[in-house]
Design a protein around this ligand. Sequence first.
Ligand code: AMP
Length: 446
Amino acid sequence: MTFEELGLSPNTLRAIDEAGYTTPTPIQAGAIPKVFQGQDVLGIAQTGTGKTASFTLPMIDILSRGRAKARMPRSLIIEPTRELAAQVAENFEKYGKYHRLSMALLIGGVSFGDQDKKLMQGVDVLIATPGRLLDQYDRGKILMSGVQLLVIDEADRMLDMGFIPDIERIFKMTPFTRQTLFFSATMPAEIQRIVDTFLHNPAKVETEREASAATTVSQFLLSLPSNDAKTKRAKLREIIQNEALKNAILFCNRKRDVDVVAKSLSRHGISAAPIHGDLNQSIRTETLERFKTGDLRILVASDVAARGLDIPAVSHVINFDVPFHAEDYVHRIGRTGRAGRTGISITMSTPIDHKALASVVEMLGHPIPPYGESQVSASAPTTTEAPTKPSRQRPVRKRKTSKPEITAKPVVVPTPEKPVKPKASATKPPADTPFGTHVPNFFSED
Ligand code: AMP
């Protein structure tokens, strides 16, 4: 299957070519023809499968016919977080560079005034988080009657974040005749109910959950005998110092800990900064940029803020806590080992994490190999046992070379399939992109 065979326009094909993509990913091959046929689509796919392009590419061609009217967006894309919304905006810029479509973002942290001006002019594509969209709607700033295409992305995450009532409201506000493209990595009962209620005979496109052979993450577990936060932070510094760690995303379960850990690392001279939902948008964007460019070594993140972020070269993921939801473990460690690279994940676990750890181990179907005992200082002895019985003893990781030496067999985990990018994502849009006046500068940075 080629992109030409999917029925995309020459201008879109040119942009895809410049992005360096040669072959459609499975979700793209499955969804794009259905979108062109006008069918509703239910895409069961995780981030990393190329799902964003599976809706943005056909939307660009569909929306290139017709014009936007003031306050009446022609299409609406709902994302759970600002970062994902910004990422989708980047996709529209990249793939829509040879079209003249207008786009606006309605996300927290961007001033109402700017957003309102864009909406007033009329937009082809409106990308929004649910709360901000409903705010603007309730203020009478947007009319939904022109929405022909509605995209709900990361629906299961919306469920986790309590957005389902908002999503139902958004469905009811948009015309019955709209086409709906609905994406979710998993299908819990509540999501299935939404699909059954609001989608019309959707084409179901499901991608493999299994990792591609290229996506390997070596996972390790460091079990600590005490819950003491100070000891835990000291162990964390040891890990950072011992590992040949180019950069890392470090996850904490709580926003408060994100701040504390980032501050503590900085105080110890380790380049680190926090990212979570309570931080001002411009700070979040700046922090992400610094991390992407290599200026910042450790991004300390909450699950929500880091969900779906596409940062190709992350050498390590460190879980400062075991995530409350087992599926977040897969999302977290999937931040490394992307784009054909290998990656290392190290999960720290204390007695309070044992329940959460048991469900991660159950989900994986095998214990997580212990992180090398020799790294751990004698002052606080550690255990390396997962709470469920390991099926067999795994080798311990040895120390200490300039490169991380992995003696435990890398475990291929069900991280999302990652299409290999032949060239770096390339082609920054020119300053006068088709969306030039509609997009805050930081969104056009690649
Ligand atoms: P997504 O699942 O939308 O987050 O996409 C994951 C990554 O795959 C992004 O960096 C895209 O730029 C990249 N990508 C999307 N489609 C393709 C493709 N057909 N070939 C190669 N890379 C792709």
